[in-house]
Design a protein around this ligand. Structure first.
Ligand SMILES: [Zn+2]
Length: 450
């Protein structure tokens, strides 16, 4: 399909310019003047809108079983709320559940996604067994271009825990294969000590006592020297403390380390856990103090974080509310995909156009780099995928909607701030003026990394 976008203000090379776009076979064919003889099948008039690279959410959990609960969102509903809000690529996690191999886990995730994606989709792999046969598969995946293997320094009972010594070995082998890692950093020993104290497990704020900031700071402090020694590309997921983020930022001087935080840590604090329905906001890491929230938001505005990602992990209302009053039985996780672009824009000062550079870096460019998709995605350049979001200047009337599934809203009453007028996925419009283009059917694909 040949497609043209005209009359918009295009974000390119760090500024807005009144340039048109010619799109062909899913990619950007030309920027500015149309190529000679280019006769588009359709033209989109972007008057009054700015044209940005499509947004990405690098951290979601969809269509999976966690503990004894099925997640509320399927691949289809999760990717639909994404494109409705300008996100054109989501990354989901696949955890190996022995006796299955990592290959089998990967195939299982691909089957769920097939034909059900409204946006493009990538997978992070979480190996949980490290026998020689497992390593063969892990290294084969790395050779095939998998860049993002995820590891945990906690969740021993769920079979996810890796000691710092084990991480060192893993980093060595993956770095040698050219892969990178994602790490969930909370120090298991600190968590065990905190969780064994005299605590009232019938009050949601106790959850924040059980997973204190020190656990995250300690783990980051232990992992960084290992990463620096080995030189592995390492990305810290959902960093929720200012000190943790500062340590990572300092380490960037001489190590390829990056980090993300989520909008929940920038807009919500522990006071939400004190509500009568506070259990609905139980997530890990937990919501922290108001002071931590404010300083984290300041750090995010200064781009102490490379990117923002949601850790979307929505449970059904009945599962969140139906557990016993003991908070240790409540499933941990909240929704966020649909909120991400709006809250990021709000944080950065939108509708002030000064928000755009940071918004594009944190929602498009850097997620594409960390996932290994740059420059195919995350930028508006000739040859790149034509994943685009057209943002208007109207003030949306709706409130944020984080998910289309039957889960509790994480940000009730928070206003949507971005006027998402159109979303283009690999050269084809998938959403126009709030309406999904049904003929576009779910046409998202699984991203292959070179
Ligand atoms: Zn997660």
């Amino acid at each position: 399909m040949k497609f043209a976008i005209v009359n918009g203000l295009l974000w390119r090379q760090g500024r807005l310019e009144p340039l048109g776009l010619a799109l062909f076979q899913g990619r950007i064919l030309a920027i500015g003047s149309m190529p000679v003889g280019f006769a588009p099948d359709a033209v989109l008039d972007a008057r009054g809108a700015i044209v940005l690279p499509g947004f990405m959410d690098l951290h979601t959990h969809l269509e999976d079983r966690i503990g004894s609960f099925d997640l509320a969102d399927s691949c289809r509903s999760g990717t639909e709320i994404a494109v409705r809000n300008g996100i054109t690529t989501l990354f989901n996690f696949v955890t190996q559940q022995p006796p299955e191999s990592l290959d089998e886990a990967h195939a299982r995730a691909r089957r769920k996604a097939a034909g059900n994606l409204w946006c493009d989709y990538g997978l992070h792999l979480t190996p949980t067994r490290f026998l020689p046969a497992d390593w063969e598969i892990i290294l084969e995946k790395a050779r095939c271009g998998f860049r993002t293997f995820k590891f945990y320094t906690t969740y021993r009972q769920a079979g996810l825990f890796c000691s710092y010594e084990e991480l060192e070995t893993i980093f060595q082998r993956l770095a040698a294969a050219g892969a990178g890692c994602l790490v969930h950093a909370e120090d298991e020993e600190t968590l065990c000590t905190a969780g064994s104290a005299e605590l009232d497990f019938f009050r949601p704020p106790t959850h924040a006592r059980m997973r204190p900031p020190e656990a995250e700071i300690e783990a980051i402090g232990r992992i960084l020297p290992i990463a620096r020694r080995i030189g592995i590309r390492l990305h810290f997921v959902h960093v929720s403390t200012r000190e943790g983020a500062q340590r990572i930022r300092a380490a960037r001087q001489d190590a390829p380390v990056t980090c993300e935080t989520g909008p929940q840590y920038l807009f919500l604090d522990e006071s939400w856990l004190h509500r009568a329905d506070g259990h609905r906001w139980l997530c890990s890491p937990p919501l922290r103090s108001a002071e931590n929230r404010a300083s984290l938001a300041e750090a995010a505005r200064q781009e102490c974080f490379d990117l923002l990602a949601t850790d979307h992990c929505a449970f059904r209302r009945q599962d969140k509310d139906g557990a016993s009053a003991d908070i240790r039985t409540v499933p941990n996780g909240i929704a966020g995909i649909g909120a991400l672009p709006h809250l990021a824009a709000q944080l950065l000062g939108w509708p002030n156009p000064g928000a755009i550079p940071s918004l594009v870096r944190m929602l498009s460019e850097n997620p594409a780099r960390v996932s290994g998709l740059w420059p195919r995605k995350g930028t508006i350049a000739v040859g790149s995928d034509a994943d685009l979001v057209l943002v208007g200047t109207r003030k949306p009337e709706a409130s944020i909607r984080s998910s289309l599934s039957d889960c509790h809203e994480t940000y009730p009453g928070f206003p949507a701030v971005l006027d998402i007028r159109a979303v283009i996925l690999r050269g084809t419009p998938v959403m126009l003026e709030g309406q999904l283009i049904k003929e576009a059917a779910p046409r998202g694909i699984l991203c292959q990394r070179p």
